[in-house]
Design a protein around this ligand. Structure first.
Ligand code: ADP
Ligand code: ASP
Ligand code: MG
Length: 443
């Protein structure tokens, strides 16, 4: 079985939905199709929640009205057979009445609002497949996808439930929602923004799929962030380790956790472009690529914390005490560097910053900086390889580097810079590590 996941832009208009259907229907295999919400919808749902939280119900209702208008336009373009257009119309009308009634108990319904984008896209897609004469099954992600109290996916439960659902469903194409799930209180929840990639990978792992295909609006994983750097290029093949580092450290093409389930189960992930299906894309699999930098990514919203203490000198147990504070507040540490009297580390979650700083202040003198970015270089930096760190730092002689992490894993070099320096650093690294390297040598 193959898992296909299509992102927001891929299902972002009637024309694009037709492209998605053509890609799927071209594949004569058993498959699960995971869909995101139509692009922009989840942002609108977030806005609705914000309006309701700020007692601006009228504004929330206006967003709902506009969203309904845009869906009515979309279905007008998607359905040329009257009976299917009527089905879609009825679905949209009922759904938007439901959304309006949800505004009455706003705070209770936040997560329910957020789930509606994927519920709408999958229902419309199934009606469109009917118009094409294809019988498909639509299964609700809420019947099998779940997270535990730590917001971690419940892999065994997902597997058991999904296997049972599939045993009763013989359709060649099964459609389901990305992003949405149930939490331990059986309430509607989600896998965080961009979470449909994660859904696809969790589903792939649960059914031991042959391959997980992530279809998006770009022809694979590029060597650098195309939003900030010109002339980036797609990478044909990349290892799970490298892809996982890039996803975690900001390559938006993949949700930060999405590679882990595929990697654990050794299921190759193919990144493809819905708008250029002929392009080869990027294959992520268990392989060891040649040494050197494969790709660069950047993650914003980083907080750097420095704890300085002379008690650290020649002492053991100091780091243990530091880590215990982060454990207590369920806040993961990304980067860490130490000297004899100080330790610097980074986090990406501000939620308990005040509490963390207060407790760390009992251990040592604490300073912190917000609005930092981690630049992650992924590749295969074997420990015997020479010159890579020098090549990286040579590109950045003009950029202030606050922390450097090298050797933590063979696949990652991380640098911490101020967010304002991020774009310049990405471009300088691109120039020095890719453009100059590939220039023909002068005779
Ligand atoms: P989808 O809606 O299909 O999930 P996303 O917008 O989440 O798509 O991810 C695709 C986008 O990720 C691309 O349009 C591109 O701008 C961005 N991106 C960031 N870094 C990379 C990278 N290294 N390679 C490819 N795309 C990247
Ligand atoms: N619709 C959700 C979002 O916009 C999930 C996704 O697209 O992956 O974040
Ligand atoms: Mg995405």
């Amino acid at each position: 079985m193959i898992v296909f996941k299509f992102g927001g832009t891929s299902v972002g208009s009637a024309e694009n939905i037709k492209k998605v259907a053509a890609i799927i229907n071209d594949c004569n295999r058993d498959k699960i199709v995971v869909l995101s919400a139509v692009s922009g919808t989840t942002n609108s749902l977030v806005e609705i929640n914000n309006c309701l939280a700020n007692d601006k119900k009228e504004d929330a209702l206006a967003i709902i009205d506009n969203l309904e208008i845009s869906y009515n336009q979309l279905i007008l373009e998607l359905f040329n057979e009257e009976n299917h257009h009527l089905d879609a119309q009825l679905f949209i009308k009922t759904k938007f009445e439901e959304l309006r009634s949800l505004t009455n108990e706003a705070t209770k319904n936040e997560k329910i609002f957020l789930a509606q984008g994927e519920i709408i896209s999958t229902n419309l897609f199934q009606i469109y497949q009917k118009q094409l004469g294809n019988s498909t099954a639509l299964i609700s992600a809420l019947d099998f996808m779940s997270i535990d109290t730590n917001e971690e996916p419940e892999n065994e439960k997902i597997k058991t439930k999904l296997t049972a659902i599939l045993a009763n469903n013989k359709a060649q194409t099964i459609i389901t929602q990305g992003f949405i799930c149930l939490n331990p209180d059986n309430e509607v929840d989600n896998l965080k923004r961009g979470g449909s990639d994660y859904s696809a990978s969790l589903i792939g792992a649960a059914i031991n799929a042959e391959q997980i295909q992530i279809w998006t609006d770009i022809d694979g994983m590029h060597n650098n962030d195309p939003r900030y750097v010109e002339n980036t290029f797609p990478i044909g093949e990349i290892s799970f380790d490298e892809a996982a580092e890039l996803a975690y450290f900001g390559a938006k093409i993949l949700h930060p956790q999405s590679i882990i389930p595929a990697q654990k189960n050794n299921i190759p992930v193919l990144l493809k472009n819905t708008f250029n299906p002929e392009a080869k894309g990027t294959l992520i699999k268990n392989c060891h690529n040649s040494t050197g930098v494969r790709a660069i990514a950047a993650k914003d919203g980083i907080i750097a914390i420095k704890i300085k203490s002379y008690r650290m000198l020649m002492a053991y147990g100091f780091l243990n005490n530091v880590f215990a504070v982060f454990e207590k507040y369920h806040t993961p540490i990304d980067m860490i560097t130490t000297s004899e009297i100080a330790v610097s580390l980074t986090i990406d979650n501000q939620k308990y910053l005040k509490e963390i700083v207060a407790e760390l202040n009992t251990i040592g003198k604490v300073e912190y900086d917000t609005d930092m970015s981690i630049i992650c270089l992924a590749g295969n930096f074997s420990h015997s390889g020479k010159g890579i760190s020098a090549a990286v730092l040579n590109c950045l002689t003009d950029v202030a580097i606050r922390m450097i992490s090298y050797g933590g894993s063979q696949y990652n070099i991380s640098l911490l810079v101020e967010k304002n320096d991020k774009v310049r650093a990405l471009n300088l690294l691109n120039e020095g590590l890719f453009v100059q390297q590939n220039k023909p040598q002068e005779a």
